[in-house]
Ligand binder design. Sequence first.
Ligand code: GCB
Length: 619
Amino acid sequence: MKKISVLFLLLCFAAVGFAQDNLISNIGSRTSLSLNGTWQYIVDPYETGFYDYRYKELREDHPDAYWNTDVQANKTEKKEHGYSDKHTLEVPGDWNHQAPEFTFYEGTIWYKKSFDYVKTATTDKFFLYFGAVNHRADVYLNGKKLGMHKGGFTPFNFEVPTALLKEKGNFLVVKVDNKRHADEVPTLNTDWWNYGGITRDVKLVAVPQVFIQDFVVQLAKNTTGKSPGNTPMVEGWVKLNQAPAAGETITVEIPELKFKTEIPATGATTTLRFKLPKITLWSPESPQLYRVVLRTKQDRTEDKIGFRTIEAHGTQVLLNGKPIFMRGISAHGEVPQEVRRAHTQQDALQLLNQSIELGCNMVRLSHYPHDEKVTRLADSLGLLVWSEIPVYWTIDFGNDEVLEKAKDQLQEMITRDHNRASVIIWSVGNETPVSPARTTFMHNLIKRAKELDATRMISAALEVSYGSGDDIHHIDDPLGEFVDLVSFNEYLGWYGGLPDKCRTTSWDTPYNKPLFISETGAGGKGGFHADSLTRFSEEYQEWYFKEQVAMFKRMPAKFVGVSPWVLSDFRSPKRNNPIYQEGWNRKGLYDEKGNKKKAFFILKAYYDEIANKEKSKKR
Ligand code: GCB
């Protein structure tokens, strides 16, 4: 019986390994040519460069297609498109903030970049890698289509046939379309700005013919090495792009630990399982990262990896076997001072430093995967991370194709970040309205997340209603059965009654699981002062947080943390109060200029009190 189940698990494991697509992880360690910088563009609301006048897709070699040359063959040739230095956009970067006429633009813009490339090794393979393009990207090189990708916040790469790559004047065109659709993820309706464009780094990556496409080097559950007889055990795998030649081996080296092991490759995916010598575990207090080098005969890649364990155990969350309380904050991937999507290292620093100032040990990166720079920086700074896919509100839950789209984004998010110690929670969505179709959909995502990564907690931000008249709110959403962490968004005192309603309200869940408040918040316009009953005043927001904090202190023992809404004011087309909002969601603890509002100090005091208590317990 035991043998059968072990065999079954191994088969499942192998199947999961093979099911991964061709996304290359740890891209930063690859030889590459950056294609960031100035790109020319054509704005094309009618998609004239894609469809003919009968609205049929243009043939690949059609001279009017915008992916084909814009140079007239002779003076008589008719050309009705062209790229020019008169029209340029910076990449990475959303288009909305780059020209006033793009502020509200939702549609197609064609991006074009010319580049030269001299191959260093004749045996290399090439990929065009995009950190993120919102929402749909159709990529063409020298007139040939390389592929199409949907999903605005996750990376993708397309292989470039070697013969297509020229030494001079490569003509790279990307059709970017950020139109919203009912059957996409996210769907038509979101409370954030639909920034369009090539929003993250672009590079041409060179790898050997047989290369390390992806790998997982993580501690196995309950192997912190902290108790007698317990040794830190790495469990993971290395995936090559194809099955290697016979006799291939995988070497894993951690120089700082003087550790090296060589494992025979067992096909495209090789399972890793080995003991580590004594290590310093990664934690917010000591975010220790080790340089991990992976080698095959042809290839080499290296990463900086922190080793820690994370699990939901009964009603607690254990980091390295010890209970933690998550002093969190939810944040959008936006730089409000410049009204644009975040993508630089400086942007990542701003987000995480502001969170640290607030006293946080955790950030909820809502509502979509943020730039990889953020999770990498969180690894170095020691912040715990909740990472989420944009399954938000009213997704078309009954539609199998939509489920596949959500699964793709889930897989891309996990593939990019499954070696980040900071990431402890994968969230499969936010405030999805309960129905049988929705619960099946979400359950499928949870199952997929668990197949892809069995080491982290899976959650989703659940919705509550305030209308029950009951003063104890039970989070009994059927999805609670499948998540590791029962998380919910509550706005008691903003959407339901006034803040003093918190005095008579308690929260609990029938599930014997840890309970987390993934959102709570109130609007307050920075610099607007009034009495605490005046909506949108800093004083109202301050009162709201005072009442909420008092309520948190009465939460049941299974309460393991909170990530209030939200770090900074952010742009939203849904927020149209002409005096206080003007297109901004004002629930930030920092205003759009980066000033702290009064409520900031209430939450900070709560977090500092918890942190100080924890410190004095350790002494
Ligand atoms: C929520 C959503 C978040 C909104 C927020 C609000 O529950 O999850 O995306 O922005 O409420 O401000 O209403």
